[in-house]
Design a protein around this ligand. Structure first.
Ligand code: NAD
Length: 479
């Protein structure tokens, strides 16, 4: 069992006063004890970040790009360790943990490119309808930012915030999830070796109440970038409002996969399983509702059941597991609660719904598929955050779109069709921030991440995320 410091301020590791017990969800064993911080640590970290801001915000884009590339290289060099930590702390299969590492590397490299471009783009001329004045637009880093991340893709969510914040010239206080801090602790060690001036990057592990709330309330922090549940998102926004902080929020989803009548059925089944069971369904973008053209429905259901039942569930380090455990006991109980409530509401269980018999230990739930789910049930409407799909036949494309859009969320959606024109038409009609057509849930740093309605405020990734960490200044002079 590892005993680790959970606070990193001004380039120095410290042991905070609040121990966090980090569990391996595949065997329920204690994996590490992390000495997490509190409000006082947030205070010190924010002060260190403030003091470092002058120097870092005045560095050139290419200087910042160099550091971002060094972080990407450090991640590459410690790939095996990061895969091990992600797989043991999250319970995800090693192949999925590899993808996470690849994503982190790609994200730091992409924002290094954008940072390189900043030197030429920091000031730009503005055309005015008057010859008596000239104006220029200047982009500056917005200040010290607080980054609060969840447990489902810990290192990835962190990279999506940290890379653009550093590229923009901001200083950072990062709060990892108390459930999965290990990958971020390793990332902090990599950052410590990457040539970043002390105080630019600070980390305080700890609970939401002790650390996250203090970050959201601190008046010296210019912006909070938060990814997590809607309930906590509301609290973060309320706290941030007291000091008029900027917030960007990445919250929940209840995403739909639409299988149109000319779809390739094998592909549709594969995409439903990937969307529903990747990361054991613990994805904000999880495919929760599958809407299948009437004519294909019986065949689709039969193939989906066979495919879901064939998925190998288990410990990432044993055999060739395709799907791992849920992250902890709380999440396991929550998902079991959703399944029980769905059955009570009258939904029909097609497969799964409980722990695989051969896995008596660990927070495992078999890939689960429901049909005949009442449209007003929590199973149909609420985010489950577990390996649970709800499937429903639809009579027309219009009905599929209407049902897909009938949600308070609007994060992502998927369409399966051989008819490119129909698929593009449906994509345009969907209220979602990202629509995949005949594609798995691939995400490139160049494209925007975020959703409509109650799924998000703002967009991550792409140039939008760099802008999210910048202030805009106009300088207007009389000629
Ligand atoms: P959560 O909201 O419980 O916690 C997220 C983070 O907020 C954690 O670091 C937690 O410690 C912190 N926190 C908790 N209370 C706080 C408070 N009062 N003030 C400030 N911070 C506080 O979420 P989770 O259970 O870790 O993650 C699952 C949720 O995250 C799901 O709802 C999922 O949809 C969402 N999510 C969204 C995206 C996206 O991109 N839209 C990505 C991943 C996860």
């Amino acid at each position: 069992m590892m005993k680790l410091p959970g606070v990193y301020i001004e380039g120095v590791w410290q042991h905070g006063p609040h121990p966090l017990m980090v569990i391996n969800p595949s065997n329920e064993q204690l994996l590490a004890e992390v000495a997490g911080g509190d409000g006082a640590a947030v205070d010190r970290a924010t002060l260190a970040a403030r003091q470092a801001f002058g120097r870092w915000s005045n560095s050139t884009g290419s200087e910042r790009a160099k550091v971002l590339r060094a972080i990407a290289e450090g991640v590459e060099a410690r790939r095996e360790r990061l895969v091990f930590l992600q797989a043991s702390n999250n319970g995800k299969p090693q192949g999925e943990a590899q993808m996470d590492v690849d994503d982190v590397i790609a994200t730091f490299r992409y924002y290094a490119e954008l940072a390189d471009g900043l030197d030429a783009a920091q000031d730009s001329a503005v055309a005015l309808p008057s010859e008596d004045f000239v104006a220029r637009l200047r982009r500056e880093p917005c200040g010290v930012v607080g980054l609060i991340v969840p447990w489902n893709f810990p290192m990835v969510t962190t990279a999506w915030k940290l890379a653009p914040a550093l590229a923009a010239g901001c200083c950072v206080v990062l709060k990892p999830s108390e459930v999965t801090p290990l990958a971020e602790l390793e990332l902090a060690a990599i950052i410590a070796e990457a040539g970043l001036p002390a105080g630019v990057f600070n980390l305080v592990c700890g609970t939401g109440i002790a650390v996250g709330a203090a970050l959201a309330a601190d008046p010296r922090i210019a912006k909070i970038s938060f990814t997590g549940s809607n309930g906590v998102g509301v609290q973060v926004m309320q706290r941030a409002a007291e000091t008029i902080k900027g917030v960007s929020l990445e919250l929940g989803g209840k995403s739909a996969l639409l299988v149109l009548e000319d779809a390739d059925l094998d592909l549709a089944v594969e995409l439903a399983c990937l969307g529903g069971f990747f990361n054991a369904g613990q994805m904000c973008s999880a495919t929760s509702r599958v809407l299948v053209a009437d004519a294909l429905y019986p065949d689709f259901i039969a193939r989906l059941k066979a495919r879901a039942e064939a998925i190998r569930v288990g410990d990432p380090f044993v055999g060739d597991s395709e799907m791992g455990a849920l992250v902890n006991q709380l999440q396991y109980q929550r998902v079991q609660g959703h399944i029980a409530a769905g059955l009570k509401a009258g939904a029909q269980l097609l497969c799964g719904g409980s722990r695989p018999a051969e896995l008596p230990c660990g927070y495992f739930i078999s890939p689960t598929v429901f049909t005949e789910v009442p449209l007003d049930s929590a199973l149909w409407r609420d985010e489950i955050f577990g390996p649970v799909l709800c499937v429903r036949p639809v009579a027309s494309e219009a009905e599929a779109v209407a049902l897909a859009n009938d949600s308070e969320f609007g994060l992502v959606a998927s369409v399966v069709s051989r008819d490119r024109v129909a698929a593009e038409r449906v994509a345009n009609a969907l209220q979602a921030g990202l629509v995949w057509i005949n594609a798995p849930q691939v995400i490139f740093p160049q494209t925007a991440w975020g959703g409509y309605k109650q799924s998000s405020i703002g967009r991550e990734l792409g140039p939008w995320d760099l802008s999210a960490f910048q202030e805009i200044k106009h300088v207007l002079s009389a000629v």
